[in-house]
Every structure is written in C-alpha cells, then in structure tokens.
Design a protein around this ligand. Structure first.
Ligand code: PRT
Ligand code: MG
Length: 214
C-alpha cells in the first residue's frame, strides 16, 4: 500500500493512542470495540488502522504488513525486536512487571535458601533474564493468560505478571514481592518502511513525539 498502515490492539492501547493519532490529524472512522472490522479507515484516505492481538503487533510491523505499530515493552521484549525501530516511548498503557506469590509465602526466605522455584508466566523471556540475573533457580511454565490462578491451584510457587492497580492480585490473595521493570508502550516502525516512506511517516512520528505526556 502506498499510504500508511498502523497496527493497534483494541482496549487500553487503542484508547490511549487516540489522542496521539489526533495530534497527527488522524481520526478513526470506526470504534473497534463496537465494529467487527479488522481494517479501519480514517479521516485520511492514505492512513488505515489494522486491529491485531497485542502480542501480534510487533510481528505485523516486522514483516511490513503494517508500517507503524504501538506495543507494550512487555510484548517487545518477548518478541525480540527484530526488524523494528523503536523511536519513541509513548508513556501510555503504563504498569509494572512484577513477581507475585500467595500471601504468606516467604519468597525472600525461599530465595535465600536457594530453593528451586516454579514460576508461571506469559513473559518467559523477561522472567528467565530476571531470575538468571539474581542467580535464582527456576522452572518456568508458559501460560497465555490468567497467571494469577497458577499459584492458587498448585501449578506454580510464583508468577511474573503485569500489575497496574494491584486489584487483580489482591482479589486472588497474591502479593507482589519484587518489581522487575516499569512498562509502557512504544511506537514501533518497520525499518524498510521508514526508508521508503519517510516523507509520509516522519510527520506522524514527529506529531506523536510532540504529544507524549508524562
Ligand atoms: O488481552 P489479550 O490477551 O489479547 O492481550 P494483552 O493482555 O497483552 O492485551 P491488553 O490489551 O490487555 O494489554 C495491552 C498492553 O497494555 C500490555 O501489553 C501492557 O503493555 C499494557 N498494560 C498496562 C497491561 C496492564 N496495564 C494490565 N494491568 N496489560 C495487562 N494488564 C493485566 C495484567 O496482566 C493483570 O492480569 O491486568 C491485570 C492486572 O491489573 P490490575 O489493575 O488489577 O493490577
Ligand atoms: Mg489483556
């Protein structure tokens, strides 16, 4: 396509991207929460949005199916970032990556005595690096969602998950015992697109940069 294709996931990333798009003069023609369309037009004939699963956004941009995308740092670490420029931290969809355990589990003591821990997570790469750096021995169990359940039914001793308000942990009698890193969403750009379509993409990137709020 000669115009710009932007990959977004619906939900919090879409919502928090709307003001950035507006700053670039881009207004979606449909609401992905109510429309079932996966390709959304905009007020600009040369800009379209594609609605993808959050963890698929880097893949669409890596292969050039989308020129731009917005993805969480959590997702980008797991993807690895091949073929992507990451020019901007957009500071949206913020949360933190943390280790959580059931209330009453003495994580510090378990680590101190060198226990081998079973850790469930969707974020295997992040979890592996975190525990390796600490010298903690772990068996990692890959899950695709509802990590909070794993320690409650004996699948794992601990989880690595995103925490925002902390309400999900609290509701499941879990407690965060270690912060791994702060998380926010980044603008990602296909490297070939940036060279071929710079005159179209640069103004959008610049408008996003000017609209980032702390
Ligand atoms: O939902 P789906 O399986 O399709 O994918 P996803 O969960 O990756 O997508 P989505 O849209 O839910 O999240 C997109 C991005 O938002 C993530 O990649 C993060 O970068 C970012 N983000 C910010 C969050 C949260 N905050 C967040 N709180 N993503 C998920 N959560 C979940 C968390 O995993 C936990 O289950 O919300 C729960 C905790 O929230 P609190 O408020 O109860 O602490
Ligand atoms: Mg989700």
């Amino acid at each position: 396509m000669t115009g710009i294709t932007i990959a977004l996931s619906k939900g919090r990333i879409f919502e928090e991207t709307l003001p950035l798009l507006a700053a670039a003069g881009i207004v979606p023609a449909d609401d992905p929460e109510t429309s079932r369309k996966l390709i959304l037009g905009t007020n600009r004939a040369d800009v379209r949005l594609v609605i993808v699963r959050a963890s698929d956004t880097p893949t669409y941009v890596q292969y050039g199916a989308a020129d731009l995308g917005i993805a969480g740092k959590d997702v980008l670490i797991e993807h690895g970032g091949a073929g992507l420029y990451q020019p901007l931290d957009l500071k949206i969809a913020r949360c933190r990556m943390a280790v959580a355990v059931p209330n009453g589990f003495d994580y510090v003591a378990a680590v101190r005595r060198g226990a081998r821990l079973r850790v469930a997570s969707k974020y295997i790469q992040t979890a592996r690096e975190h525990f390796a750096a600490k010298g903690v021995h772990v068996d990692l169990i890959k899950l695709y969602g509802s990590m909070e359940l794993a320690p409650l039914v004996g699948l794992a001793d601990a989880i690595v998950d995103l925490v925002s308000s902390g309400n999900t942990l609290k509701a499941n009698n879990l407690v965060a015992v270690e912060d791994i890193m702060p998380i926010s969403s980044r603008l990602i750009v296909n490297q070939a697109s940036l060279k071929m379509k710079r005159e179209l993409l640069q103004p959008v990137i610049d408008a996003f940069a000017g609209a980032v709020r702390d």
